[in-house]
Design a protein around this ligand. Sequence first.
Ligand code: SF4
Ligand code: SF4
Length: 374
Amino acid sequence: MSYYGENFPKLGFGLMRMPTLPGGKDVDIEQVKKMVDIYMENGYYYFDTAFMYHGGASETAFREAVARRYPREKFHITDKMPLWDIKGPEDYERIFAQQLEKCGVEYFDLYFLHGIGTDRLKLLDETGGWDFLKKVKERGQVKHIGFSFHSPADTLEKILDAHPEVEVVQLQVNYYDWESESVQARKCWESARRHGIGVIIMEPIRGGSLASMAPDIEKLFLNKNPDVSVASWALRWCASLEGIVTVLSGMSNIAQMEDNIKTMKSFKPLTDDERAVIDDVIKALKAQPTIDCTACKYCVNDCPQHINTPGIFSSFNEYKIFKNLNNTRFGYSMATSKGGKAKDCIECGSCENHCPQNLPIIELLKEAAELYDK
Ligand code: SF4
Ligand code: SF4
């Protein structure tokens, strides 16, 4: 049976960006409980967590806010196996048992292998990851199985050909990444459709990028309809696709939740006029001037400060396109977690000698430092 057949309300609660207490680390569980209550009162019941969300605290937050407060038959919960923690076959059962306990449930409605990419296929074959997935389903500890995916569409096609037992796949889909060379959202969605399996959409608002943009671009939406949020366009675009099980939204506060619920409760597929507005927005976003870095990494090896320049430029470009600084801070902190920050550049010039794009790397890093390192 395809999981798609379950016919869910089209708004899923992604538990990866929950509100936090002052300091930004611990989950604000009382706030989450309020959000859960609003979500459930409105007829929604699909929750998505993972071992690593919120530094391991998402599953226990789910237990406190949902599993201990609502009868088991009133909600659906999806959890995911962290493949980067798998060193051998025995790790699957150990982690899975922890997850059931942390979530406070005896079974998961849906269980994923988390973040399958080209680089994890060998590990899965060598450690029996696919067999483990089938086993927990046979044991009744999981009702439906699938995986979340972050790689090119031809890899997805091969996996789905080889694993007809998969019932659903979670994909990064949004209007901005639909034709992206790297994300390949359209091609991945088409592959899932060809295989007749359901699609759960993650990052419909692209981590918040599609919720706020430069005022002149937002105006394209507001001119068409001043009464709805910019984010609502992104949600409706995703929910208008065929074969969608649900659209996850990583809601961080009650206002976002209420806006999402307002959008999805009165959901209507996009009209042709509205699609034309989104096409104009995509064109305007793609026309924003960005740094022409191809991520070839020729600049990285000889940098005495171990600066991950292409990683920094990737975050900087996100800022240049969407003008939302906070949304790009995480990418910047990841890009600089193992080496120097933009401000650490000592202007030796070695990188500029290697750059095939002839980029003024030193000047661009100074701009990035102004933005991120103050
Ligand atoms: S100029 Fe800066 S970024 Fe470039 S190699 Fe030297 S220290 Fe690294
Ligand atoms: S060498 Fe130039 S194009 Fe290549 S990654 Fe570095 S900055 Fe980008």
